[in-house]
Design a binder for this molecule. Structure first.
Ligand code: NAI
Length: 459
């Protein structure tokens, strides 16, 4: 009898397994593909590895901004991809080692929930039955591919985040459907390497939930580098290697590419592993369609002993959210008081420059009817930013409560904001005020000082 069976070995499942194993629980983890899930195998890690190659290439191309001259910078796409594969392999090995080190039994098979009897919750894999006191479902998500007319006929011209990572050659022209996080990261990568990129997005802005001013600044920077944005444009069909869309005036337009990336969101994996056999309740969208497993703040489902974490819950589809949710589930299994909070989840877009934010945006504060104030500064107020970002533009915005100046949200554009946003998470989690933030000593010279500098602009 296992204390905990976990289905899915992504950042939700493997982190939970690690924590549970370290706490002395007897854990079995089922993963039918490779440990690490989407994040490690076809998401966060491979894309960041590719984007780093693009960044290095860009440094070589723009060295003259810093008095450094590189003659004829070039790249070998196959070597960039080979390095990405090497990094993924190394990190998958690291997860394997962590499972072993914490006594977690890994079953590399497809798991099916059979149901519950007097011996516990039963899971079947490769003909064997496993009984557990608790079950954690971390089956993740997959790319949502709408049934655009002509999509099937287009064959391998159509790619999602998975297939685009496996391309052996760089496309000369790429059309990206959906200017969200995935769309913008691939637009950034391929445009830097010289691909002609067009982003077709139905909203009036890229990166929908992001701060409006920041998404506008980022779009302008990529426009300058040749990326073509078609906003308020709804895709209506595919004709071979051509995307057909309606522009804001209702005119039918077309744009072609060697490849068409579909990045219009992700869908929770709710089928194919016997979820129906355990009676777990699903969360429904306003149209009454299920979008994820319904959980409470302890990551419990409606079925005692059954928990869910990560993208399968259908919201906050981020690796770090999944890991924390997995930890919350394990802590509750262990009888420790813990609950999931979503008010300080960081979000990063790894374009160049990067975008990072945590907590409420101005638009969200407004929509919630919160009495708020905004303070902001250009990134150029940080000496280190100026030293390292010739011709770079960026911004730091802090949203605070109007009365007590408690930090509600921080949003930044400019490198390396992904590495400093966690201080905003701490400030939000601890309900720190700007006046308290002013008293914290930040290392000089660092880009992080921009947060403190911005805090001093409150009136
Ligand atoms: P997304 O939800 O971020 O963006 C999808 C975009 O497609 C939206 O802007 C939407 O308006 C647009 N769209 C939908 N239908 C359309 C149509 N017919 N025509 C034109 N535009 C259309 O989804 P995305 O980029 O696929 O990412 C999926 C998930 O993966 C997100 O939850 C994201 O947070 C996560 N992710 C996070 C990363 C990070 O943290 N750096 C990196 C990659 C993914």
């Amino acid at each position: 009898m296992y204390d905990l069976a976990i289905i899915g070995g992504g950042p939700g499942g493997y982190v939970a397994a690690e924590r549970a194993g370290a706490a002395g629980l007897k854990v079995v983890l089922f993963e039918r593909k490779s440990l690490g899930g989407v994040c490690l195998n076809e998401g966060c890690i491979p894309t960041k590895t590719l984007l780093y190659s693009a960044k290095v290439y860009n440094y070589a191309m723009t060295g003259d901004h810093y008095g450094v001259y590189v003659s004829d910078p070039t790249f070998k796409y196959d070597e960039i991809v080979a390095r990405k594969n090497k990094v993924v392999k190394k990190l998958v090995g690291g997860v394997k080692a962590a499972m072993k080190g914490n006594g977690v039994e890994v079953v590399n098979e497809n798991a099916t929930i059979l149901g519950r009897d007097q011996e516990g919750i039963k899971v079947e894999a490769a003909g064997n039955t496993y009984a557990a006191r608790n079950l954690l479902i971390c089956t993740g998500s997959e790319a949502a591919v709408p049934p655009f007319p002509g999509l099937k006929e287009a064959g391998d011209v159509i790619v999602t985040n998975r297939e685009i990572l496996a391309l052996e050659e760089r496309p000369e022209e790429l059309v990206v459907i959906g200017g969200g996080v995935i769309g913008m990261e691939f637009a950034a990568f391929f445009s830097t390497l010289g691909t002609k990129v067009t982003v077709v997005e139905m909203l009036p802005k890229i990166l929908g939930p992001l701060d409006d001013e920041i998404s506008d600044m980022l779009q302008k920077q990529y426009e300058k580098r040749g990326v073509n944005f078609c906003l308020r444009c709804k895709v209506t069909g595919i004709e071979g290697n051509t995307v057909v869309y309606e522009d804001p005036d209702g005119k039918v337009c077309r744009v072609s590419g060697d490849k068409i990336l579909v990045s219009v969101g992700r869908r929770a994996n709710l089928q194919g592993f016997g979820l129906e056999n355990i009676g777990v309740e699903l969360a429904l969208n306003p149209a009454g369609r299920p979008y994820g497993i319904k959980v409470d703040e302890k990551m419990r489902t409606n079925v005692p002993g059954v928990y869910a974490a990560g993208d399968v819950t259908g919201f906050s589809m981020l690796a770090h959210t999944a890991s924390r949710e997995g930890e919350v589930a394990v802590n509750n299994i262990l009888g420790k008081e813990d609950r999931m909070r979503y008010n300080a989840i960081p979000g990063v877009v790894y374009t160049n420059p990067e975008v990072a934010g945590a907590g409420l945006t101005e638009a969200e504060a407004k929509a919630k009817g919160i009495d708020y104030k905004v303070v902001k500064l250009p990134m150029a107020y940080s000496g280190r930013f100026v030293a390292e970002n010739e011709r770079g533009e960026g911004i730091c915005k802090i949203i605070v409560g109007a009365r007590y100046h408690e930090v509600l949200g921080v949003h930044m554009l400019g490198n390396p904001c992904s590495e400093i946003i966690h201080s905003a998470c701490l400030a939000i989690e601890t309900e720190m005020t700007l006046e308290q933030l002013q008293e914290v000593v930040f290392p000089h010279p660092t880009v992080s000082e921009i947060i403190k500098e911005t805090a001093f602009t409150i009136k």
